[in-house]
Write a protein that binds this ligand. Structure first.
Ligand code: MG
Length: 274
């Protein structure tokens, strides 16, 4: 009796393990081993070790996208920089980001620029921003900025019925390149930026590859892999000065009570299996 119960419990344990293993397998059907894929005898591609239709080429990593009815939510592999609750990922004056956080957004409040504690290189970033009721004009109205490496600025400005020098309006690569179009929403409405930033590369003091930015504002392309000529400056020419492979994302306090929400980033790591 005792012995039999023992055997039964072993069997049920084994069964439980199989169920769990099976459930794990079933829960991620995309990871299921596939039949033989592709061809072994295609010509070799010139830019990689792989052949045309090579079935042995590694499968791309699986990322779970945002839900279809909430398309700006972070995908599964994003680093969330602001989820509506706190500025723990950011730092600022006196080693603390002191902008006001409320109702799922944060607001510029005159306490200086803030920047991420973590450094990033090439990346994809999503950010939502809103300009305050119109006050002032030109660069004085709804001004902030999204900086890569703390030094390459995509301008954030209230450009709805508010002209300024074109290389300083919303979406401009500040001081270098106006956006292709002005797709600004009025003050008080949320606007989206989706930016793909390619970090510049240096060998010692030499620039090996400049930075490039692809900027999408409210779903519309403003820059398509536009080269950056260097640091974005006020009233002086852009210039590159060497820096490391990563740097902070910075948001500018330009004295206007701008609001931000839903910020996430995906480092674009080299995938040499491509
Ligand atoms: Mg600015």
């Amino acid at each position: 009796m005792h012995r039999r119960a023992h055997r039964l419990s072993l069997l049920s344990l084994l069964a439980a393990v199989m169920v769990i293993a099976g459930a794990g397998f079933a829960s991620d059907p995309q990871d299921k081993p596939q039949r033989k894929l592709g061809y072994d005898d295609g010509p070799k591609l010139p830019d990689s070790e792989w052949r045309v239709h090579d079935g042995k080429r590694p499968q791309p990593r699986i990322v779970t996208p945002a839900p279809a009815d909430h398309p700006f939510a972070p995908p599964s592999d994003a680093i969330v920089l602001f989820d509506g609750k706190d500025l723990a990922q950011w730092t600022g004056r006196d080693d603390k980001a002191q902008w006001k956080v409320e109702k799922g957004y944060f607001e510029v409040n005159g306490t200086g620029d803030i920047q991420t504690r973590q450094g990033f290189g090439s990346c994809q970033i999503h950010l939502e921003w809103q300009t305050p009721p119109p006050k002032g004009d030109g660069q004085g109205r709804g001004n902030s900025g999204l900086f890569f490496f703390g030094r390459y600025e995509i301008q954030i400005l209230d450009s709805y019925g508010n002209q300024t020098y074109p290389d300083g309006q919303a979406g401009a690569l500040y001081g270098q390149r106006p956006p292709l179009v002005n797709v600004s929403r009025p003050p008080g409405e949320w606007q989206t930026y989706d930016v793909i930033f390619e970090a510049p590369r240096f060998a010692g003091d030499q620039l090996v590859e400049p930075a490039y930015a692809t900027v999408i504002h409210n779903g519309v392309v403003l820059h398509n892999r536009q080269v950056l000529l260097g640091t974005t400056n006020h009233r002086s020419l852009p210039q590159y000065s060497p820096h490391g492979p990563v740097g902070p994302i910075k948001l500018q306090d330009h004295g206007n009570p701008m609001r931000f929400r839903n910020i996430w980033i995906r480092p674009l790591t080299a995938y040499d299996a491509q």
